[in-house]
Design a protein around this ligand. Structure first.
Ligand SMILES: [Zn+2]
Length: 329
């Protein structure tokens, strides 16, 4: 009996210790107390030599023509889309039927490597002059979207970390315009008021496919090897920064700025620029310079061809009819 009680007490102590470790491990921020300058105390890798974000100097990139990037299932509707305020960002997860998850191959990725969607999230600033993590020619954008994908060589995200190109992040910059043509962000940003406090979640009423959250075109991008921009700052992450921005209004961006973490406003959740050191940055410059978008809606191609058939049938009918009418005269 004593043994049993002691065993239970021991288990409780262990559980408390584990919880404490988890709490402190997750406890990072962007302020003075727990800000980026302090992360390396608990997470040594944050002092690494290949960290993100970086400044991309457009004059110093190596121009490449990468193979075509293949985007699979980016146009498939998920079963659900969940928005969570985790105290660091708006984290968006999507629930798909198994095997229908968005996947990625080609481009600067290793031959035969296939990556699967994990989550996407945002970084933003308190005003329009800051917010993005990577910079282009020392310019910051007001916000940035990160789509995190994991190599299918690894069974889960944790085991893909620190592996050579185990994780890929697709990065998109936001630009503020007066009347943005982004109807898909409309419902999304309105739902942010429902997750203002830390650890609150909501599901999108209409689960939208991934590509509707991205910029319009997908062929022009920069690529480099970096790290996660939050602890544990794991390296060997392949970054793909798209040049085509996502448009958002000041009103929509303010809905992000209204979120809170603990008692404070959740804003300026971006890490300062890290040294490039010995790394090279590549730019994909497609030969034909065609801007292609992610994926046309699946019905577009068949619809176009059936329309063509209808038009051709119509022409044929009218020719026949004309012939018939002419013959009658
Ligand atoms: Zn991020």
């Amino acid at each position: 009996m004593w043994k049993l009680r002691f065993g239970m007490a021991w288990k409780a102590v262990m559980l408390l210790l584990v919880c404490a470790a988890v709490t402190s491990a997750a406890d990072f921020g962007y302020g003075v107390q727990r800000g980026p300058g302090t992360w390396a105390r608990d997470y040594e890798q944050c002092n690494g030599k290949h960290q993100s974000p970086i400044n991309i100097n457009k004059m110093a990139v190596i121009k490449m023509e990468y193979p075509k990037m293949n985007y699979y299932n980016f146009d498939l509707r998920p079963k659900s889309v969940t928005l969570t305020n985790n105290g660091h960002t708006v984290l968006v997860t999507m629930n798909f039927t198994e095997g229908k998850e968005p996947r990625l191959s080609g481009g600067p990725l290793k031959i035969d490597a296939v990556y699967q969607f994990e989550q996407f999230h945002f970084h933003w600033g308190e005003n329009d002059t800051l917010g993005s993590e990577d910079m282009i020619n020392n310019q910051r954008y007001p916000a940035e979207l990160h789509v995190v994908m994991r190599s299918l060589k690894y069974p889960d995200f944790a085991s893909a970390l620190d592996q050579e190109q185990g994780v890929v992040v697709l990065a998109f910059f936001f630009k503020v315009v007066e009347r943005p043509l982004n109807p898909y962000y409309g419902e999304f940003v309105e739902m942010l008021s429902g997750i203002r406090g830390k650890d609150s979640s909501k599901n999108l009423v209409e689960p939208l496919p991934l590509w509707k959250f991205l910029s319009t075109y997908s062929t022009r991008y920069y690529s480099y090897i970096g790290s996660l921009t939050t602890p544990p700052c794991s390296e060997e992450v392949l970054w793909i920064d798209y040049q085509d921005a996502i448009y958002i209004s000041e009103y929509q961006l303010n809905l992000f700025r209204n979120l809170t973490a603990s008692d404070e406003h959740l804003k300026n959740n971006f890490r300062p620029i890290q040294n490039l050191n010995d790394r090279l940055i590549y730019e994909n410059v497609p030969k034909d310079n065609l801007q292609t978008n992610w994926m046309p809606p699946p019905s577009a191609a068949p619809l176009t061809s059936s329309l063509n058939v209808i038009i051709l049938l119509g022409i044929a009918m009218s020719v026949l009819l004309k012939g018939h009418i002419l013959a009658a005269f």
